[in-house]
Design a protein around this ligand. Structure first.
Ligand SMILES: Nc1nc2c(ncn2[C@@H]2O[C@H](COP(=O)(O)OP(=O)(O)OP(=O)(O)O)[C@@H](O)[C@H]2O)c(=O)[nH]1
Ligand SMILES: [Mg+2]
Ligand SMILES: [Zn+2]
Length: 317
């Protein structure tokens, strides 16, 4: 029996990259029984899954076992099907791609991303791209941003597709790991991929065309093997990853600057929005918590509150 990683799924066939060195990718099938298991998912095996397989006489493979997933990024199933669709599993790290300008970075997006990543047990890394477009005014904003995330021990790297050194830094962060890029349109995800590994153009172009039409398909989810080691998940479905199924009182625990502080709040169930004796609001008032971070907390709290409320009314109705 051999072990490998699913790098592409086309419905019936799965492309598996064996763990042995210099091994060729092998097309595998799954036994019918797998299709019946895990009914809450539309795909029994996802890109990123680690599997054991047997090589058949015709040279194709038969998957025998799937290892437990370390984590997964999913979304609600489309086309009227029930349950979730796993876009990719066993991810080591997720990069949020933002730009200095065109479009200007949004701390709200970054903070939401960081919290989702932590909740999914995936290491978050912030990319601030298009540094070549920055003006003097931007330099101050960028310096503030670096200060905020440094203090929280989140990694932030500055890149430009025209700055080879920054691309080399990105490569070294991606080496031997499974990564995913997440970010709004126009921030440079595709351009960075093409610069990191020239020759990937076709796949990336296909993905862009699909997302522009707002038409996503699992068929295109794949792990791209990187020349220097590691994989990059390329799936049109991941522009952001959601905060579905969160409890409101969990959110502050995902903000490192609030985590310990909140033990000093007067009320054990303090929301840190209006209560007297709130240690978080006091720290914010003294400038010990960055305004943009506290804003993100409020915004995430309120959007989840709205979501939970409308989910509740759907259930009743
Ligand atoms: N000046 C500058 N322009 C960049 C840089 N990176 C990307 N761009 C430009 O930004 C535009 C958008 O880049 P894309 O790579 O298509 O952005 P994307 O994030 O893939 O966007 P979607 O596919 O729509 O999600 C293109 O015109 C790129 O040439 C950079 O580092 N500097
Ligand atoms: Mg793109
Ligand atoms: Zn509080």
């Amino acid at each position: 029996m051999k072990r490998g990683r699913i790098i592409k799924s086309t419905g019936k066939w799965y492309k598996v990259m064996p763990f042995e060195e210099n091994a060729e990718v092998i097309s595998c099938q799954i036994p019918g029984k797998f299709r019946l298991q895990e009914l809450q998912q539309t795909n029994p095996i996802a890109v990123g899954d680690l599997v054991s397989f047997r090589v058949l006489e015709d040279g194709s493979g038969m998957i025998e076992d799937i290892e437990a997933r370390k984590n997964k990024i999913s979304r609600k199933a489309t086309h009227g099907r029930k349950g979730e669709q796993i876009l990719v599993s066993n991810v080591d790290q997720a990069f949020v791609v933002q730009a200095v300008q065109q479009p200007q970075f949004r701390t709200g997006f970054i903070d939401r991303f960081i919290i989702s990543a932590e909740a999914h047990h995936i290491r978050p890394i912030i990319i601030l791209n298009k540094t070549d477009l920055g003006t003097d005014e931007d330099a101050d904003l960028v310096a503030d941003l670096i200060k905020i995330y440094d203090a929280l021990s989140y990694q932030l790297i500055l890149t430009s597709i025209y700055d080879d050194e920054s691309i080399e830094e990105l490569r070294s962060l991606m080496k031997d790991r499974t990564s995913v890029f997440i970010g709004p349109s126009g921030t440079g995800k595709t351009s960075l991929l093409n610069t990191i590994q020239p020759g990937m153009n076709r796949t990336v172009a296909a993905v862009s065309t699909f997302s522009n039409k707002g038409k996503h398909t699992t068929t295109f989810a794949e792990l791209i093997p990187l020349d220097f080691g590691g994989f990059l998940a390329d799936t049109p479905g991941i522009r952001e990853f959601g905060l579905v199924g969160f409890d409101l009182n969990e959110i502050s625990g995902f903000f490192p600057e609030m985590r310990i502080l909140q033990q000093n709040c007067r009320f054990y169930n303090c929301t840190h929005l209006h209560e007297p004796g709130c240690a978080v609001m006091e720290a914010f008032g003294k400038g010990k918590i960055a305004a943009s971070r506290y804003d993100s907390y409020i915004s995430i709290y309120e959007s989840l509150e709205d979501e939970n409320r409308s989910a509740g009314s759907r259930k009743r109705g």
